[in-house]
Every structure is written in structure tokens, then in C-alpha cells.
Write a protein that binds this ligand. Structure first.
Ligand SMILES: Cc1cc2nc3c(=O)[nH]c(=O)nc-3n(C[C@H](O)[C@H](O)[C@H](O)COP(=O)(O)OP(=O)(O)OC[C@H]3O[C@@H](n4cnc5c(N)ncnc54)[C@H](O)[C@@H]3O)c2cc1C
Length: 431
């Protein structure tokens, strides 16, 4: 059994975190960070199927920069991305959107940068932190196969030794669980759009041609399958991360985009030969219907299946850090965690209209994004993209977008809200 505490084989825990990925480890790290004494952290078990962490992804996000080029906590209430600050390996002061040879380059007037955190640095840093806390056990190479709430606790069945020949089964109990898996009643395929991407980190034989700008939506274009773009990050003079991304209405396996990613890499590398040093891929649901109904309050759902990703962008990392801090504070204060807080209703509604517009008319997507990039002040757009727009930012976003198709989709969204209201009597919540 691969645990960081082989000497402490407990069977009852106050908290079990199902999944030692971004959300699970962020919560555990926040518990360690916020506890006054290490012993204040409740007895916690994290269950993770992977037997070891790898460089499986990179997390990028916007945050304000400190003088020393570390990310600064981006809100006065939260130290949430503090942990990420020390993990950033690259930051860009400028980012760019382009379509049909037109580009809009943005820099922030108030010191925001675009940052890059390799996941392996995050996993390793959190593992180090957990090793120092006597109350947290990270059980790798194991999965939760069953969870059943009963009167006094939640009973869990674990299967460990997944990578070996013999799988062991054992039972543990938990006072509460934080479940980062996609909930069973959430169908990712039902998301309005699926952001499907395949990325290649490439090492070029000669220096690449790019200046120090994050191309967050490069060469936006459309084909029969819908809207797509490249994501190009210059990591150093000879290295690039090149991701081919689709906003797909249908479900697509990310591996099906590998050839497109190769083509994009060839395009951006030009005449230089290159070697692939790392691959990453995934599917991020955009605009999931609310599948997580009220369940047992001791069973908290979180992660990508429960609101972690911003519907209109798919960005999740800083949202997860903010949630982890709130959840950890609740656990330490009165023993109660909480799931993802809902976004502000107006923001949710705007995101839905935006996604519905792209889903019903993918050919319009490059124009929508280019209008935003061309007409909205970079700082306003950043506040919108990072979930904290003021009313004037929202207005600027609305005014920048072409009106007719959005009005059509807004009406469709209101209609959908009324239909929902007739079913659930909560349509005022939709608006
Ligand atoms: C390749 C990639 C790149 C991304 N890049 C960005 C980015 O640049 N910026 C951004 O904001 N977001 C990004 N995202 C989106 C998002 O931040 C990540 O997907 C993030 O990892 C989501 O966290 P999570 O905890 O929901 O899921 P995960 O990190 O996937 O964690 C879920 C965990 O649950 C475990 N698990 C599954 N089944 C069981 C079980 N039965 N028992 C126990 N554990 C189980 C899994 O092994 C996994 O470790 C990216 C996503 C991917 C896939």
C-alpha cells in the first residue's frame, strides 16, 4: 500500500478526499497552510489511483505580478494562489488573440501577467507539505470503489495496489468526504460545448520565431466540425507548448486531435526541425447543466464536474485555489467543508448566452472573440475572464459583441429559463 504514513493504517477518518488531483491536493495544501497547528487539521485520507505523479499538464492563469515576478494574491480576501506563486516557471507580460492574420496584443495597465505552472511542480510541492503534517495520509495506487452514507458516517470501500498483480480491498469510514471525481449523474457529453485539446511541448533545433507573448487564441478558425484555434506558449528560446483546441458540440476523444496538434506544431515551428518532449491533452466541459443535486451534506462534490471550470473559458486552476481556501477554512472552523460556490447569476447567464451562440453558430466564434479582444480594454477583459467583473466591465463586454445573434440566443436562454421555471419554479434564479 503506497502511503506516506505506512505506520498509521487507520480505518476511520474525519475527512476522506477522493482524488489527489488538482482539487484534492489544493484542499489538502490549504488545510496545511491555514491550520494554526499541524494537529488542527482533521485526520484526513486522500485516495488517488495514480501510483506516481507525472508532468501530465500545465496550468496557466492570469494574476497580478509582484516585483519579484511571483504571482500576487489576486484578491484582498484570499491568499488562494499563494501556493501557485512559488511554482510558476514562466510569466508573460503580453498575450495575443488572432484570426485571419489580424491580431490583438494585450498588456495589463495594472500589472497582470499570464503565468505557467507545470503540474509536476505542484504535485511535488504539495506532497512535501503533506509529508510534514502528521494528520494527512496520501494513499496512492488506490481508488474508492464504493461510498455509502449511513447514520453515523460514510462507509467507503477502497481498492489498493491497482498497478500490481493483487488488488487489495479494504473499508474505511469518514465523517465527511470531498469527492473530486465527475459525479455519476453528471454527463460531460451534455455540456453545451466540450473544450477538447491536445498539446505538444516541442524542442526546436534552432531558435523559434516568436517574441515573448502568450498566444492564448492563435489563428482562430472554423471547419465543418466547428471552432478551433492554436495555443502557443514560448517557454524558452528553443521550446514551445503548442496546443490544438476545439470547442466541440459533440464528444471527441482528445487523442483524435493528435495529428491536428502535430500539424499546428509544424506550422508554428516553420523550417526548424523539432522534437516532442511532452504531451498533454484533455476535455473540459463548458456549460454543464447542474447535475449535482442536493445530496448528503457530508458528501461534498467538487472539481471539473461540479463547477470548477468557468463555463465560457474552461479556466479552472485559480477557481480551484479559491474554492480550496474557502472549503479548508470551513473545515478548520466548524468541521464543515463546502462545494463550489455558484458564480454570480448575471455572469452565469452571460456565459450561457455566449456558449449557446457559439454552439449554434460556430462560424461566429472568431468574430466574437476578436471583438472582445479588439474592443474591450485589456484590464476590463481580464476582470471578466477571471470571474470578477464590475458592472461597467460587464457592460463593456456586452457592447463589444455583435448584437443580433446574441439577442437571439439570449431569448432562447430566457425561454429555456422559463421552461425550467415551469418545471422547478426557480426561473428567477436563472436571471
Ligand atoms: C491537460 C490539461 C491542461 C489544463 N490546463 C489548464 C490551464 O492551463 N488553466 C486552467 O485554469 N485549467 C486547466 N485545466 C483544467 C483544470 O484546471 C484541470 O483539469 C484540473 O486538473 C481539474 O482539477 P480536478 O481536481 O477537477 O481534476 P483532476 O486534477 O483530474 O483530479 C481528479 C482526481 O480524481 C482521481 N480519481 C478518479 N477516480 C477516482 C476514484 N475512483 N477514487 C479516487 N480517486 C479517483 C483522478 O486520478 C484524479 O487525480 C487543464 C486540464 C487538463 C486536462
Amino acid at each position: 500500500m503506497q502511503t506516506n504514513r505506512p505506520d498509521q493504517p487507520h480505518s476511520d477518518y474525519e475527512l476522506v478526499i477522493i482524488g489527489g488531483g488538482c482539487s484534492g491536493l489544493s484542499l489538502a495544501a490549504a488545510l496545511c497552510r491555514l491550520a494554526v497547528q499541524p494537529e488542527d487539521v482533521p485526520r484526513t485520507l486522500i485516495v488517488e489511483p495514480r501510483s506516481r505523479y507525472t508532468s501530465d499538464r500545465s496550468w496557466c492563469f492570469w494574476a497580478e505580478a509582484k516585483q519579484d515576478n511571483q504571482a500576487r494574491p489576486e484578491s484582498h480576501v484570499s491568499q488562494a494562489i499563494d501556493i501557485a506563486g512559488g511554482l510558476i516557471t514562466r510569466s508573460w507580460r503580453a498575450w495575443e488573440f488572432s484570426a485571419e492574420s489580424v491580431s490583438h496584443r494585450h498588456t495589463s495597465g495594472s500589472g497582470w501577467n499570464y503565468h505557467y505552472v507545470p503540474s509536476i511542480r505542484f504535485y511535488e510541492k504539495v506532497e512535501e507539505q503533506l509529508a510534514e503534517n502528521p494528520n494527512i495520509t496520501l494513499l496512492k495506487d488506490a481508488r474508492v470503489s464504493e461510498a455509502k452514507p449511513n447514520e453515523n458516517c460514510i462507509a467507503l470501500r477502497l481498492e489498493s495496489g491497482l498497478s500490481g498483480a493483487t488488488v487489495e480491498s479494504r473499508k474505511v469510514t469518514a465523517g465527511q468526504i470531498v469527492d473530486t471525481r465527475i459525479p455519476e449523474n453528471v454527463d460531460v457529453a451534455s455540456a453545451v460545448l466540450k473544450q477538447v485539446f491536445f498539446g505538444l511541448e516541442v524542442r526546436l533545433q534552432s531558435p523559434h520565431r516568436f517574441d515573448d507573448v502568450a498566444r492564448v487564441m492563435d489563428d482562430m478558425r472554423v471547419d465543418n466540425e466547428g471552432f478551433m484555434f492554436d495555443y502557443v506558449l514560448p517557454l524558452d528560446s528553443h521550446s514551445l507548448l503548442v496546443e490544438f483546441t476545439r470547442f466541440a458540440a459533440k464528444s471527441l476523444p482528445p487523442e483524435s486531435l493528435r495529428l491536428d496538434a502535430l500539424e499546428s506544431a509544424r506550422r508554428v515551428c516553420g523550417d526548424s526541425g523539432f522534437q516532442i518532449v511532452r504531451e498533454e491533452s484533455g476535455v473540459i466541459p463548458m456549460g454543464l447543466s447542474d447535475g449535482v443535486g442536493p445530496s448528503d451534506p457530508r458528501w461534498i462534490h467538487t472539481g471539473l464536474g461540479a463547477g470548477a471550470a468557468r463555463p465560457s473559458t474552461g479556466y479552472a486552476f485559480t477557481r480551484i485555489q479559491r474554492w480550496a481556501e474557502i472549503c479548508a477554512a470551513g473545515i478548520l472552523k466548524d468541521g464543515k467543508g463546502q462545494g463550489f460556490p455558484p458564480d454570480r447569476p448575471l455572469l452565469t447567464w452571460m456565459d450561457k448566452v455566449f456558449l449557446r451562440t457559439i454552439a449554434s453558430n460556430p462560424a461566429l466564434a472568431p468574430q466574437l472573440f476578436m471583438s472582445l479582444a479588439g474592443k474591450v480594454h485589456p484590464d476590463r477583459l481580464l476582470r471578466f475572464l477571471t470571474d470578477r467583473p464590475g458592472i461597467r466591465d460587464l457592460l463593456a463586454v456586452m457592447l463589444a459583441l455583435p448584437k443580433l445573434p446574441l439577442i437571439r440566443c439570449a431569448l432562447a436562454e430566457v425561454h429555456a429559463g422559463i421552461v425550467t421555471a415551469n418545471r422547478s419554479h426557480t426561473w428567477h434564479e436563472v436571471l
